[in-house]
Design a protein around this ligand. Structure first.
Ligand code: IVH
Length: 676
């Protein structure tokens, strides 16, 4: 065990350098060249080794180390950056005739010279400017109003395809512009997680990208996989190749990701041909594009063409029209999600739209449905524009059949007939019945999940069978299952039946925090569940708590407190908890092994900030809990102590501002040993 900071031996310093070079090489292979050589697991192992060495020898940490993408403290607000060269926008065109006019304008201005063009995809993301100083990423800023943007450097550091250091042959200072974006598959991954947590899904990748870059906590940014394509060198910023072709070559050579889908065209007819080709092909890219960007290749010609106050004259965007299709609305089904939200879904006659056949579309909520007055039997217009999920735009009034009626908003749950209520914000209607069969399946999957009760072998297929056979309606029923019942399920051997029954039995020992998360209470994620369980200690104390008492818990505000309270007020939920208790499911927080030993930190709340010498973040949190204390992640008036390590950031400032006692790691150790 190390204590304090040691001087790093030369061999360690060499290993750290070698690891960094190796990680940077793999980032480049993955993001710039799309030719990965190692698995994610192998990559993670390299990163972990580097993190461990840097934690032990903090003097080896450099701002461009790949580890600096990890961690970081939340900001209060973003600083403003004044762009050295304003970030102009691009003029839009919508048809070929306008493209030819653009070409004619350029030829006139160039007095008969023939321009060559480069055609690129117009990535539907968020424009960003990156400044490298001494080849190290120094500043990343959003476009803002074109003159002033937000300094989002610490969020952009989390984007793995943004190199923190440029190749050795790059200019010392360089400013480039590009587009931060999110792949469709990543949006879908995030939405699966959000739905599991009872949160509204994100609607499209662009808005999600913009929202992510504006998050004040970089750790949250790191959880969403953003990417970047770089497409311009800012004029006068350190490198002046003669053509855009060379610009793209240089950017890639220096380690910046360039979109491979660009074409060099000798004239405007070729440009139009390339745009036509991408009209359909773009749907197979896996990320959203809203058009093509046509640029004059010669940088000397660009300078002669100049700019208007709004946009440069050497560039134009060719926007694909939003694709719209018409089809018949056959039915409106009402779906019930895990958290009970009732969602109207349009079922339509299949129609081809933007590269796929569409026959279903979410109508989001009943207010939106009423506003559009969509009726079963209507001809409707559907669109996919910057949205992966098709949208029903409107019903066509002239084509409405005579016998249609407005859609009736459900007054009871369509699956269980249970009571429904409108959310406080007035948009969603929810079924309150924990025993609702439609919610049941998804709740059971969540209950058995790894971060919840962790019941190995209880996956969707088994849950489906158990529910269909009427053996299980809610989580408490799991504990009444016999081995014979389980063995009688399809594709279930004797041995796996025994394993599943044993896994269910073992889950009874999970602490209250896991159970609380497993119950799937809206707005209660695993971290919040831990904080609540830690504060109340037992299910009885928690069920008796008032909203005010719940709000005393670190990080629990009005919305969470109200959600918890209303969950425990529901008679069906109370009855289910009684059955869980009767089955022997643990209803207390402290595990038997953690119960023993002194509790010198009892009743105190700690927040850890910066890098500690002896512990990782998880380790110190475990130690605090083991000694009876609470570990929270944000500093407030309720915080008793802040433990500050190396490079502590805004949490330390906040602690000082609030007058919270700040401890060094050694002081914490002393208190932990001696008691408070
Ligand atoms: S060049 C003078 N190239 O589209 C602007 N922009 O609607 C130079 N965009 O603000 C930008 N893909 O955020 C350029 N291949 C591409 C692009 C691209 C997307 C964005 C950019 C710009 C917006 C204008």
């Amino acid at each position: 065990m190390t204590s304090g900071v040691h001087k790093a031996p030369a061999a360690v310093a060499r290993r750290v350098e070698a690891l960094r070079a190796e990680i940077v090489r793999h980032d480049r292979l993955y993001y710039v060249e799309a030719k990965p050589e190692i698995t994610d697991l192998e990559y993670d192992a390299l990163m972990r080794e580097l993190q461990e060495l840097e934690a032990r020898y903090p003097e080896l940490v450099t701002p461009d180390s790949p580890t600096q993408r990890v961690g970081g403290e939340p900001l209060k607000e973003f600083a403003t950056v004044v762009h050295r060269v304003p970030m102009l926008s691009i003029e839009n065109t919508y048809n070929e005739a306008e493209l030819r006019e653009f070409d004619a304008r350029i030829r006139r201005a160039l007095e008969g010279e023939s321009p060559q063009y480069v055609v690129e995809l117009k990535i539907d993301g968020v424009a960003i400017s990156l400044r490298y100083e001494n080849r190290v990423l120094a500043c990343a800023a959003t476009r803002g109003d074109g003159v002033r943007g937000d300094d989002v450097t610490q969020n952009v550091r989390k984007i793995r395809s943004v190199p923190l250091r440029l190749a050795a042959d790059a200019p010392e200072t360089l400013e480039v512009r590009g587009e931060v974006f999110m792949r469709n598959a990543e949006l879908e991954r995030l939405n699966r997680l959000r739905e599991a947590a009872g949160e509204e899904p994100f609607r499209n990748p662009r808005n999600t990208t913009a929202g992510t870059l504006k998050l004040l906590d970089p750790c949250l940014v790191a959880q969403r996989r953003l990417e970047i394509f770089v497409y311009e060198i800012t004029p006068g910023s350190g490198a002046e190749p003669a053509t855009h072709r060379e610009v793209l070559q240089c950017l890639a050579k220096w380690g910046l990701p360039v979109n491979p889908n660009h074409s060099f065209c000798a004239d405007i007819e070729e440009v139009i041909g390339v745009c036509d080709m991408w009209r359909e092909k773009r749907h197979g890219l896996g990320y959203e594009t809203d058009g093509m960007v046509i640029k004059v290749d010669s940088l000397a010609q660009r300078r002669r063409l100049g700019a208007t106050s709004k946009s440069p004259r050497w560039i134009i965007a060719y926007k694909f029209p939003a694709e719209i299709a018409r089809t018949r609305l056959l039915d409106i089904k009402v779906q019930v999600g895990k958290s009970g939200a009732l969602t109207p879904v349009a079922e339509m006659a299949p129609v081809k739209l933007a590269g796929s056949v569409v026959k279903r579309a979410t109508l989001h909520n009943f207010e939106e449905l009423a506003k559009k007055d969509l009726r079963i039997g209507d001809m409707v217009e559907i669109q996919k524009a910057g949205e992966i999920i098709p949208q029903v735009l409107r019903a066509i009034p002239e084509q409405r059949p005579a016998d249609t009626v407005p859609f009736a908003v459900p007054t009871a749950c369509p699956a269980c007939g249970g009571q429904v209520v409108k959310d406080a914000d007035g948009v969603f209607i929810r079924c309150l019945n924990m025993g609702c069969p439609a919610q049941g399946r998804e709740r059971l999957e969540h209950f058995a999940g790894r971060k919840a009760m962790d019941i190995a072998g209880l996956g969707p297929a088994i849950i489906g069978q158990l529910v269909n056979k009427g053996l299980v309606r809610d989580p408490a029923d799991l504990y009444a299952l016999t081995q014979e019942q389980v063995a009688a399920l399809d594709r279930m051997a004797e041995k796996s039946a025994a394993n599943l029954v044993a896994a269910i039995e073992a889950s009874k020992q999970r602490p209250l925090s896991r159970l609380l998360f497993a119950l799937g209470i809206r707005h209660v994620g695993s971290h919040t569940a831990e904080l609540i369980a830690m504060r109340f200690g037992t299910m009885d104390a928690l069920m008796a708590a008032s909203e005010e008492e719940l709000q005393q818990v670190e990080e629990v505000g009005g919305i969470v407190a109200a959600s918890v309270k209303s969950f425990f007020e529901n008679p069906r939920n109370r009855e289910m908890i009684a059955r869980l208790r009767a089955a022997g499911v643990c209803m207390t927080e402290s595990r038997p092994d953690a119960d023993t030993g002194p509790k010198p930190l009892a009743g105190r709340t700690f927040v850890v900030t910066g890098t500690l010498a002896r512990y990782s973040r998880d380790e110190i949190h475990d130690r605090i809990r083991q000694l009876g204390g609470r570990a929270a992640t944000s500093v407030s008036k309720k915080t008793d102590y802040v433990i500050a390590g190396e490079n502590a950031g805004s949490k330390l400032d906040k602690a000082r501002a609030l007058g919270v006692t700040v401890l060094t790691e050694d002081e914490f150790e002393a208190l932990a040993g001696a008691g408070l």
